[in-house]
Design a protein around this ligand. Structure first.
Ligand SMILES: Cc1cc2nc3c(=O)[nH]c(=O)nc-3n(C[C@H](O)[C@H](O)[C@H](O)COP(=O)(O)OP(=O)(O)OC[C@H]3O[C@@H](n4cnc5c(N)ncnc54)[C@H](O)[C@@H]3O)c2cc1C
Length: 569
């Protein structure tokens, strides 16, 4: 193949290949192509090889060649408007070949809207407007960000963690899901394959020991708890201190938002997260309506950035550590963890969000992790390839999952209890779903039964108005049917509404009466609970708006109120 590489590249070919990652630019206009490559080379030439191609087909050939040679592509910059293959189609195809490479689209101003509309359906990190002069302001900051994100992924990619498990075991699924959600890469082995047998023998274990995790330094962990696993892969599970200014319970958008503001404003802060940072948002394939991301952002990316930001400001993050007790101790608050240990703090932000409601269908509970899943993540998406899958639910989260899974599955059937999507889903998503051929929406329909021996094999649907039943084959069923707060562990004196959401601020003052046990000479602050110094932010709060932006905003506001509270102490 005649690689469409730059002249400089050809001359110094062999030497240049010495492990420098690649920045690839694709543009059918030779003058633009040369100009982009020149600007990139000027700034990044010392550390990166700059390659260019004249069209999408050539670029895909080049990428295939590079992949075969084991070379690394850090970022790809493609023109939106190219005659044979558009930038969108090219980037979508490139994504399959080099999923870790970061992607940006170059557009003319006139094409901005079309580009944004189109890139909502492909996972592109940025779009850049032509002309990009001066590059110091308009080009390099974007490329820097792409490179940083790629480096973070590449660094994680060095890990050699192996999971040996049964493909249809709930415990094996839990281990995979935990590592995936914490962005820890792993290599999955079916416990019955040859490599597993070799590793099991070396570890003195057998098939009954599954799941077995072999850490990067070769240590076998047999059926580890999530906390053991987190510690073994280098995630923090124990607090460094025993007294904090602020303990944040929950590492979703509200918790991470609070952590960024608290830590950046000098408060000694720890976030305690029972599973993985990101919360519900971390499981969203694409968040379209978060300010500052006109082309949408995946929940994983948003979480990764927020986590890095919070930790850069000095916030501690504990993972796989649930809080199960909270008690006032004089002017301090004691936060107790699930292993019986505890820390003291001046103030608490409760940001524990909500958890998925369970599907009431016969057989569903037994098949969780074996074809039945709450939410949908990348590992499950890969397992859907070429199959029919079912999504239960008709709100935005279900819609996003349908769009996401339609790229992997042969067919996606959306089972919706209501008689229209319009009642529960944003119109932009409805439009997208209508434009995707392999998504079928079944309204007025519920799942009544899930069947399968080792794993899910078929699902019984019932039509809610005429009662007719139909059994359809499906290897995977993903549930998105709303959520409830898990707040039973909070002390009795902390007022919640009937559904368990934490009541705050003015809602606690009824007929001029402050809540029982409230001993301060002021009303509770806007986000303060009925225990002074304990604030609630995000979805866990009664009457909150269930959105990423509002959760982040409440996290920030809670910190302002924490400062006000601390000033009174
Ligand atoms: C699939 C999906 C797609 C979505 N898409 C969008 C969208 O496009 N736009 C939008 O605006 N909103 C979207 N939402 C809603 C949005 O994600 C939520 O409103 C937001 O995540 C709420 O943030 P939060 O921090 O309050 O709670 P959560 O995100 O629920 O996070 C709470 C965290 O607390 C942890 N936790 C709970 N209890 C404990 C405990 N006892 N100890 C320690 N940790 C605990 C949980 O593990 C979790 O990580 C979506 C939701 C889902 C499920």
């Amino acid at each position: 193949m005649s690689a469409p590489v730059d002249e400089t590249e050809r001359v110094t070919e062999a030497a240049e290949r010495a492990a420098r990652p690649i920045l690839l630019t694709v543009d059918d206009d030779p003058s633009v192509s040369r100009a982009v490559a020149r600007d990139l080379r000027r700034h990044y030439g010392a550390d990166y090889r700059i390659l260019r191609a004249d069209n999408g087909t050539e670029a895909l050939d080049l990428i295939r060649d590079l992949v075969l040679r084991g070379e690394q592509i850090a970022a790809i910059l493609a023109d939106y408007r190219m005659p044979r293959m558009s930038g969108i189609d090219f980037l979508e195809a490139a994504m399959d070949l080099v999923p870790d490479a970061r992607r940006a689209l170059l557009t003319a101003y006139a094409d901005t809207n079309a580009a944004i509309a189109a890139i909502n359906v492909v996972d592109v990190d940025h779009y850049l407007l032509k002309p990009w002069e001066p590059p110091e302001e308009k080009l390099y900051p974007v490329i820097d960000e792409l490179i940083t994100a790629w480096q973070a992924g590449a660094k994680r990619g060095e890990s050699k963690i192996k999971i040996l498990g049964h493909p249809w075991s709930a415990a094996s699924y839990e281990v995979r899901d935990f590592l995936a959600r914490n962005l820890v890469p792993y290599r999955w082995h079916n416990i019955t394959d040859q490599e597993s047998q070799r590793l099991l023998a070396a570890a003195g274990a057998d098939v009954a020991s599954a799941p077995v995790v072999i850490t990067a330094d070769g240590r076998p962990l047999i059926q580890p708890t999530l906390t053991e696993l987190a510690t073994a892969v280098g995630l923090s599970t124990q607090p460094l201190g025993d007294f904090y200014d602020l303990v944040i319970i929950g590492g979703g958008p509200a918790g991470l938002g609070a952590a960024v503001y608290a830590a950046s404003e000098g408060l000694k802060t720890v976030i305690v997260e029972r599973a993985a940072p990101g919360g519900q948002a971390g499981q969203s394939a694409r968040i379209e309506n978060y300010l500052g991301f006109p082309d949408g952002v995946s929940g994983g990316q948003l979480t990764e950035r927020a986590r890095r930001q919070a930790q850069r400001f000095g916030a501690e993050l504990l993972t796989a550590r649930a809080v199960n007790g909270l008690e006032p101790r004089g002017s301090a608050r004691q936060v107790q963890f699930d292993d019986g240990t505890s820390v003291l703090t001046h103030a608490v932000v409760l940001a524990s969000g909500v958890s998925y409601r369970h599907l009431e269908a016969a057989g569903a509970a037994d098949l969780v992790g074996r074809g039945v899943y709450y939410g949908a993540g990348a590992p499950q998406a890969q397992a859907c390839a070429g199959k029919q899958v079912i999504i239960v639910g008709g709100a935005n989260s279900a819609g996003q999952a349908a769009v996401f899974l339609s790229r992997h599955a042969a067919k996606v059937v959306m089972v919706v209890r209501g008689d229209s999507l319009e009642r529960s889903m944003s119109s932009y998503l409805i439009e997208q779903i209508r434009g995707i051929d392999n998504i079928e929406v079944r309204l007025n329909t519920s799942v009544v039964r899930c069947d399968g021996k080792e794993h899910l094999q078929c699902v019984t649907l019932v039509h809610n108005t005429d009662g007719t039943q139909q059994v359809i084959d499906a290897g995977q069923l993903f549930i998105f049917i709303g959520a409830a707060p898990l707040t039973d562990w909070l002390p009795q004196g902390l007022v919640r509404d009937q559904a368990g959401f934490v009541v705050t601020g003015p809602d606690l003052v009824l007929d001029g009466q402050r809540p029982r046990g409230w001993d301060l000479d002021r009303d509770p602050y806007l986000l303060e609970s009925s225990i002074p110094g304990v604030f609630a932010a995000g979805d866990v709060r009664a009457s909150s708006v269930k959105r990423v932006a509002s959760a982040v905003g409440e996290g920030a506001l809670a910190v302002t109120l924490v400062h006000r509270y601390l000033a009174e102490q």
